[in-house]
Design a protein around this ligand. Structure first.
Ligand code: CA
Length: 234
């Protein structure tokens, strides 16, 4: 198999051969270079040897499950991850997003939907460096909380807090819209770049994580029945 450096590389980690080959077929037809792994531990090894641009990751895998694979990959860099979760298992989704997956798809999925999600996630990731000028050098402060937008660093008092990329983007979106109530849909649109199929749980999960990580310094307030806001400071 030849490798074309100009194409973006997707690693599909899935032990069900039918799903893996469907995913490969559609992603290759869409112009991606695709590698597949059937085992979690193999996938981590492959990603280490030759980091892909994006990982499509099944949760239930031999060798090492998708949660552990995510932890390992997240320990080494910011490769975007799209999780494949079992149908009707919100717990999978919630845990996956808490671990820092960028998106998820419920099985069985339409392969065209997978291609659309892969493109959307890569577009967001690619947009980060080029979107630098507006935010670069900007520091958003709120009480003890200090967010350096360009450097993507968050401090509470003297302590740096590690956020996932989506937690960071969500926090910035709310801080930049101080005083306004943001609906979950608006936040999905702004932070994820498109709307999940009605799954506002995603925002709730990320807000919960932000509250846990930032503690009393978390400025985000729940507006019941609507969404979230950061109260305007003086
Ligand atoms: Ca599986």
């Amino acid at each position: 198999m030849t490798r074309d450096e100009s194409r973006q590389r997707v690693l599909v980690v899935e032990d069900e051969p039918n799903i893996a080959s469907f995913a490969r077929m559609y992603l290759e037809a869409a112009g991606f270079s695709v590698e597949t792994a059937e085992r979690g531990d193999t996938a981590v090894e492959m990603a280490r040897q030759s980091p892909p641009d994006l990982v499509v990751l099944d949760l239930m895998l031999p060798g090492m499950d998708g949660y552990e694979v995510t932890r390992r990959l997240r320990g080494e860099g910011e490769v975007p991850i799209i999780m494949l979760t079992a149908r009707d298992d919100p717990v999978d989704r919630v845990v996956g997003l808490e671990l820092g997956a960028d998106d998820y798809l419920t099985k069985p999925f339409n392969p065209r939907e997978l291609v659309a999600r892969v493109r959307a996630v890569l577009r967001r990731v690619d947009a980060v460096p080029s979107a630098k000028p507006p935010g670069a050098g900007t520091t958003l402060s709120y009480g003890e909380l200090r967010v350096e937008v360009g450097g993507r660093e968050v401090h509470v008092g003297p302590d740096q807090v590690a956020l996932t990329p989506k937690e960071f983007d969500l926090l910035v979106a709310l801080l930049e819209n101080q005083g306004l109530v943001m609906t979950r849909e608006a936040l999905l649109e702004q932070v994820w770049g498109y709307t999940f199929l009605g799954d506002s749980r995603t925002i709730d999960v990320h807000v919960r994580q932000l509250r846990r990580k930032l503690g009393d310094a978390c400025p985000i307030q729940t507006v019941w029945g609507t969404g979230y806001k950061v109260t305007a400071t003086r």
